[in-house]
Design a protein around this ligand. Sequence first.
Ligand SMILES: *[C@@H]1O[C@H](CO)[C@@H](O)[C@H](O)[C@H]1NC(C)=O
Ligand SMILES: *[C@@H]1O[C@H](CO)[C@@H](O)[C@H](O)[C@H]1NC(C)=O
Ligand SMILES: *[C@@H]1O[C@H](CO)[C@@H](O)[C@H](O)[C@H]1NC(C)=O
Ligand SMILES: *[C@@H]1O[C@H](CO)[C@@H](O)[C@H](O)[C@H]1NC(C)=O
Ligand SMILES: *[C@@H]1O[C@H](CO)[C@@H](O)[C@H](O)[C@H]1NC(C)=O
Length: 474
Amino acid sequence: MEKHSSGDEVTEMCLLALSFFSFLAFTRAEISSKIGINYGQLGDNLPSPSQSIELIKSMKAGRVKLYDANPEILNLLSGTKIQVSIMVPNQEISNISSNQTLADQWVRDNVLSYYPQTRIRFIVVGNEVLSYYSDRDRETWSNLVPAMRRIKKSLQAYNIPNIKVGTSVAMDVMESSFPPSSGMFRSDILDTVMVPLLEFLSGTNSFFFLDVYPYLAWSANPFNISLDYALLRGGNLNYTDPISNLVYTNLLDQMLDSVIFAMEKLGYPNIRLLISETGWPNAGDVDQPGANVYNAALYNQNLIKKMTAKPAVGTPARPGMTIPTFIFALYNENQKRGPGTERHWGLLDCNGKPVYGVDLTGEQESNDDQLPMPQNNKPYQGKIWCVVASEVNPEQLVSALIYACSQGNGTCDALMPGKECYKPVSLLSHASYAFSSYWANFRSLGANCYFNGLAVQTTEDPSRGSCKFPSVTL
Ligand SMILES: *[C@@H]1O[C@H](CO)[C@@H](O)[C@H](O)[C@H]1NC(C)=O
Ligand SMILES: *[C@@H]1O[C@H](CO)[C@@H](O)[C@H](O)[C@H]1NC(C)=O
Ligand SMILES: *[C@@H]1O[C@H](CO)[C@@H](O)[C@H](O)[C@H]1NC(C)=O
Ligand SMILES: *[C@@H]1O[C@H](CO)[C@@H](O)[C@H](O)[C@H]1NC(C)=O
Ligand SMILES: *[C@@H]1O[C@H](CO)[C@@H](O)[C@H](O)[C@H]1NC(C)=O
């Protein structure tokens, strides 16, 4: 079977870990104190909150961003110099938007209880609420800015006006982002959400919180975009915007400026940008080129250098602008769903060990020659199958098999008695066939070869005799 890093392997590695204090000794993941880190917790094998805060301190990160307002973590951060960003969960937005008492309560419980000993600086109302991937969020769109206003009003009432209130959005709020000067927000949210949002951010002197991933733009179009340009090392790869005549040397600047142009078109040329998430995956599936330790190290290293340079470099549209930046993420998180890259964004693995030992302080010369050479920078071309991972739970496998076969389109026809893949009648071989068939049928509609870690991609044809396994061809 193809070499892979399934969730099972990761869990195993973590069970072998020594005690916490033994791994602190070989932590060398220091980052610039001007850089923030996203502390996501979607893993069942991660160091505890107190170990995590010790790690963040030892990394000397200047800021940490949470995806909630976890009381234990906020208490642990008390008395440290680390600036903290907390989040109002998406599902609480609608209630808060219509009820000032609820907003006041939220601020009392999640801010006043810790502030100022815990240096809360940002409240992010909702995580990528304006993205398309959740239909429930869509109902929240119109409540978003009203909720932000109520949270801000509470902060003012409690006399803590310095905490900035924002909301994090992904690049899919853009209808057009290339060339950067054509930057425009999606028409379905333009008047109803973006205009009031910009008015709020401008009026409260807050930031536009952007989750921005050159990796995603590059991997969607790896033949037309140079990898070096995406990795922030395209000094000799210049792109001149035909309308603005601004010269771009990297994809990140291009993406940031498209947002700047979009805001400018709505009459808000001065709202500051904050990068609420960016990063590069250190591993991924066969069909995900460019996801490797080498590129992840390089991207984050170049990013930190750029964002901490003195004087600030900014972007072509806003030279000299300082852009507060939070890297995604602290850990590889094994419970994130979706393609393999989703579980591999961490600077640290689940033992708290650095995934790549390069300088992230922005102060030293690049030492990327110590890293393994990347093997998957060119998109894989050929057939891929989706089969059962090693060491899976049989009961979960039965459920996954039933799920795959119930999706229609003849996914499991060949497994019926008398058909070509009926024999051998074993759970493993039926499930592998079903996974391959399901993925081949539905990949174009966004289906993953994952099944909660039960499935992995392979380039080795599992077909036997007259039983041909359907494949995805790249
Ligand atoms: C929102 O309010 C409704 C009605 O009061 C309540 O039933 C619901 O539990 C609340 N939702 C959340 C997420 O607090
Ligand atoms: C607002 O929320 C509070 C606390 O849950 C509740 O007592 C009150 O009835 C709500 N007000 C309205 C207008 O729904
Ligand atoms: C890549 O560039 C070529 C030539 O400029 C163009 O024909 C093609 O449509 C582009 N592909 C994508 C996916 O943008
Ligand atoms: C690209 O632009 C950079 C920065 O403006 C400049 O230093 C470099 O010489 C340019 N390279 C080419 C090939 O034009
Ligand atoms: C279902 O099967 C048909 C015939 O094999 C194929 O053309 C179609 O694309 C499939 N639909 C999906 C959603 O994969």
